[in-house]
Design a protein. Structure first.
Length: 167
């Protein structure tokens, strides 16, 4: 994995810190050395912050059939899929086929799920229904599914008690 965008980072005021855009391929803890695709970098102290990967919590079929939402590429392919569903539904004559394209389920009522449910609803009930007048509001369904009793369980109760989904 590497930074998606060219980074013009400057550490002028805090030398001897330098920025290098590269992918770390190997770490030799004994020799205190990193290997990237282009160079070898010696270090005294190592801080690793390479992020994480989606966790499907062992749910059967989730990895194969669901769209993860973690990286920019995930978000772009999800957006393309939603636009594609609307495009195909607008042209489908069979009501069952239309319904199958217009029901969206979001699993996980944490920060990302709640925020995404709101963003998806804004996209659908705003520009998409305007762009596709052949599709009626009643044909579209957005479901947010959470396994615990409440949404936003990690939040302080004062903040999590009133997430309102209304559109
Ligand atoms: C959809 C979504 C929405 C979010 N919204 C918010 C929000 O509104 N507010 C908020 O505070 N947090 C939000 N978060 C959480 C936040 O993005 C993460 O907590 C945060 O990015 C974690 O930072 P990090 O530096 O640990 O990892 P990351 O941001 O993932 O950074 C890790 C970096 O390491 C690089 N890397 C990995 N492997 C290598 C390698 N071998 N060599 C070189 N580079 C490598 C990666 O390319 C990446 O740039 C959101 C997360 C998601 C998924």
């Amino acid at each position: 994995m590497r930074s998606r965008f060219p980074c013009g980072v400057s550490f002028e005021s805090s030398r001897p810190c330098v920025f290098r855009r590269a992918e770390v391929r190997r770490i030799d803890l004994e020799a205190r050395r990193l290997t990237t695709e282009e160079a070898t970098i010696e270090y005294d102290f190592l801080v690793l912050a390479p992020g994480s990967v989606p966790n499907f919590f062992g749910v059967d079929g989730a990895e194969e059939h669901a769209f993860p939402l973690r990286t920019m590429d995930d978000a772009i392919s999800l957006r393309h899929h939603i636009l594609d569903c609307f495009e195909r539904a607008a042209q489908a004559e069979d009501a069952k086929a239309r319904t199958a394209l217009l029901r969206f389920a979001i699993v996980g009522g944490g920060h990302t799920g709640v925020e995404y449910a709101g963003a998806l609803a804004e996209l659908i009930y705003g520009p998409l229904l305007e762009d596709y007048p052949e599709i009626s509001r009643d044909e579209v369904e957005v479901s947010l599914i959470e396994g615990e009793e409440r949404l936003l369980r990690a939040w302080h109760p004062a903040f999590r008690s009133t997430p309102t989904l209304a559109w």
